[in-house]
Structure formats: structure tokens, C-alpha cells
Design a protein around this ligand. Structure first.
Ligand code: FAQ
Length: 329
């Protein structure tokens, strides 16, 4: 385990005021915290929680879109979707690697997910019912992810911040391919445009929920901001997303499914109607419509892939033995 200088053998910590103040000063000076630096146990735990939830979201997030790879309407669309889903898998791997620098193993984190003990983003419990959903996910879900992740490139924890730089570049491409699918559908037949509207109707509110509860309800928000893990609050990011996305919906000729949506001149942003937090809580509690399938599929992939991991480990062992023999000869 790394960064454990302040943790006793029984797991308790002895972080005195002077240490906590000095740590906060480093954060305030915008110094990056690296894995071997001393850090408060709460900071380490918060990062493991957030980075692992983020990694799980990327990996589980491969499923709703993966569902459409065999049904993409053309070779070009299929190739782009395949590449996007692979990118999400890559993001999960960078993130697990960043979490591992904090003294947990990927196996432990995956096990928490498979046992239903770890969260992943609420958005990935919703089903993808039509091809237009693939457009809506790229446009809205990747759009929301970028809004949330660009500030994470300045997160105080170095490995997470550096992983985010690469992830954001790829998410930006994903958002464009999603919007381009929506644009094509909206310039197509009335049926295609209706499919695009239906997808927006179903994905709009869940996309707003991705940013998490209102600031007044956010348990970790204040501490996360003080440690400069988060740079903007949940509500501030949600507002930025709405302000950027409503004009894009207008350009598509689609209607955002919110009768209370109105431009507020004074604040220079849109007001929105109430978010259905009962739905959000229910998704978190019971896994929503697809939660059970998502975990079952993930568990099956883990089991089906066991022989690959075993073969890779055996190969690495063989290589190491050969190298050791060669060095000894
Ligand atoms: N879903 O106190 P806060 C993607 C939980 S990646 C589920 O405000 P915090 C790419 C939260 O964990 C999408 N749970 O928490 C892609 C906490 O529970 P806990 C994932 C949620 O950490 C695109 C509790 O509620 N992105 O989409 C959600 O300060 C397309 C109280 O919340 C990230 O993970 C939710 N939506 O703020 C892939 C970004 N919201 O842990 C495939 C990094 C909140 O105490 C296809 N994460 N909760 O049991 C973050 O920025 C933050 O963790 C927030 C939550 C903003 C998600």
C-alpha cells in the first residue's frame, strides 16, 4: 500500500492539525498530489470511491451502445460505434490504473462492482431502444461527461488529472459522432425525426441526473471542492450543460422535454423544471430498468475472460523465467 505513513496498523489514522493544514496549503498552491505523497486518509478514500465509480461507469457504459453494434445502419456507422465502445473500455482501464496507485487492486474494485457494492453512473441503467438512442448517448451522455470531466483535468490528484486529459479528447470525438447521428436523423424522413425526438425525450432528464444531486443534497461536494478534486459543484456543471445543449437541440429542430425551460436574462442561463429525484434514488437503490442485466453481463464477461487472464499470467511467468535463466547463464 502507498501513502500510508499516517495510518496505524489497526487502520486508524493520526492526522494532526498541522499535517492537515500543510496538506490543504499544498492543494491551495495548486500543487499536484502524487501517489507516494502523504495524504489524509479521507482524501485517499474519496479518490478511490470517485475514480473507481468512474471506471465502472466507463466499463458498464459499453453495454447500452454495444447492444447496437450488430444493428448499426451502415458499415461506416458500425466502425465508428465499435471504435467508440472500445474507447470507453480504454477509459475504464486508465481509470482503474489511476485508482490502483492509491493502494487498491483492480480485482478488488471489480469484485465490489460484481457484488453490487460499488456504484456506477445512473445513466447506464437505461435501455437503448432505437438507433437514435446511440445518437442521443453520444450527444447528451458524452456531452455531460465532457462537461464534468474537463474540470477534472485540473484535479489535485496527478494520476486522475492526467488520465482525464486523454479521456476528454476522445469524449469530444464521441460527442460529435453522436450529434452527427442526430443531425442525419433530423434531416431525414419524418419517421427518423420522430425517432430522434423520442430519444431526446427519454435521455434528457437522465442526462441531467448524471451530474448528481443538487448541491444542497450533495454529501461529498464541499469537501471535494476544498480538496480541488471537483472544481465546480454539481448544479454549476448541470447549468453549463443545459446552457450549451439547448441551442444544439434548437439547431436540430427538436424540443427539449421540459415545459418549464425558459431563458433567464438575469442569470444569463436557462431555468429548468424540477428533476425527478425519486427516479434517481430508485435507480441508485434498485438498479433501474437494466441494472440487473448490466451486472449479470459484466459477471459473465469476467468468467468468460478468466482463461485469457490465466494464459497472460502464465506467459508473463514463462518470459520472466527465461529472462532470469538468460541472465544467470
Ligand atoms: N449515478 O455527494 P455527491 C461517462 C452518488 S462517465 C450514480 O454529489 P460526488 C462516459 C455519489 O456517488 C460517467 N451515483 O457525490 C461514457 C454519492 O454516493 P456514494 C461517470 C451518483 O462524488 C459516456 C451520492 O450519489 N462519470 O459517462 C450519481 O461529490 C458514454 C452523493 O453524491 C463520473 O463518474 C450518478 N449520476 O459527485 C461512457 C465522473 N451522482 O459514493 C460510456 C466523476 C451522484 O457516497 C458511454 N465523478 N451519485 O455512495 C464525479 O464527478 C462525481 O463523483 C459525481 C458525484 C458528480 C458523479
Amino acid at each position: 500500500m502507498y501513502s500510508q505513513g499516517l495510518i496505524n496498523a489497526d487502520g486508524s489514522t493520526h492526522e494532526d492539525e498541522a499535517f492537515l493544514e500543510a496538506f490543504q496549503e499544498r492543494i491551495d498552491r495548486e500543487e499536484k498530489i502524487e501517489p507516494n505523497d502523504p495524504m489524509p486518509e479521507g482524501y485517499r478514500r474519496t479518490l478511490v470511491r470517485q475514480i473507481s465509480q468512474h471506471a465502472h461507469s466507463e466499463i458498464i457504459g459499453m453495454q447500452p451502445e454495444g447492444n447496437w453494434i450488430t444493428r448499426a445502419p451502415s458499415l461506416k456507422r458500425k466502425a465508428a460505434l465499435l471504435a467508440k465502445v472500445q474507447d470507453e473500455g480504454g477509459h475504464g482501464l486508465y481509470l482503474y490504473a489511476a485508482a490502483e496507485t492509491l493502494g487498491v487492486t483492480r480485482e478488488e474494485l471489480v469484485e465490489q462492482l460484481l457484488q453490487g457494492k460499488a456504484k456506477y453512473s445512473s445513466i447506464f441503467t437505461y435501455p437503448t431502444l432505437s438507433w437514435a438512442d446511440i445518437g442521443a448517448i453520444g450527444w447528451l451522455v458524452d456531452g455531460a461527461a465532457i462537461m464534468n470531466q474537463v474540470p477534472l483535468c485540473r484535479c489535485s490528484f496527478g494520476p486522475y488529472a492526467r488520465a482525464m486529459i486523454r479521456v476528454c479528447k476522445e469524449e469530444s470525438f464521441h460527442q460529435r459522432q453522436g450529434y452527427e447521428i442526430m443531425l442525419t436523423l433530423c434531416n431525414g424522413t419524418p419517421e427518423q425525426k420522430a425517432m430522434a425526438q423520442d430519444a431526446l425525450d427519454r435521455w434528457w432528464w437522465p442526462s441531467l441526473m448524471m451530474f448528481g444531486p443538487h448541491d444542497s443534497e450533495s454529501q461529498h461536494g464541499d469537501q471535494n471542492m476544498a480538496w480541488k478534486i471537483k472544481r465546480f459543484t454539481n448544479d454549476a456543471l448541470r447549468q453549463k450543460f443545459v446552457d450549451a445543449t439547448v441551442p444544439q437541440a434548437e439547431f436540430l429542430g427538436l424540443k427539449v422535454p421540459d415545459p418549464d425551460l425558459a431563458w433567464n436574462e438575469e442569470k444569463g442561463g436557462y431555468d429548468i423544471g424540477p428533476i425527478d429525484w425519486d427516479e434517481f434514488r430508485s435507480v441508485l437503490k434498485s438498479g433501474g430498468f437494466c441494472g440487473r442485466d448490466r451486472i449479470r453481463n459484466r459477471r459473465r464477461a469476467e468468467e468468460d475472460g478468466a482463461w485469457v487472464r490465466e494464459a497472460a499470467a502464465a506467459f508473463a511467468e514463462k518470459q520472466a523465467t527465461r529472462q532470469a535463466d538468460a541472465a544467470a547463464a
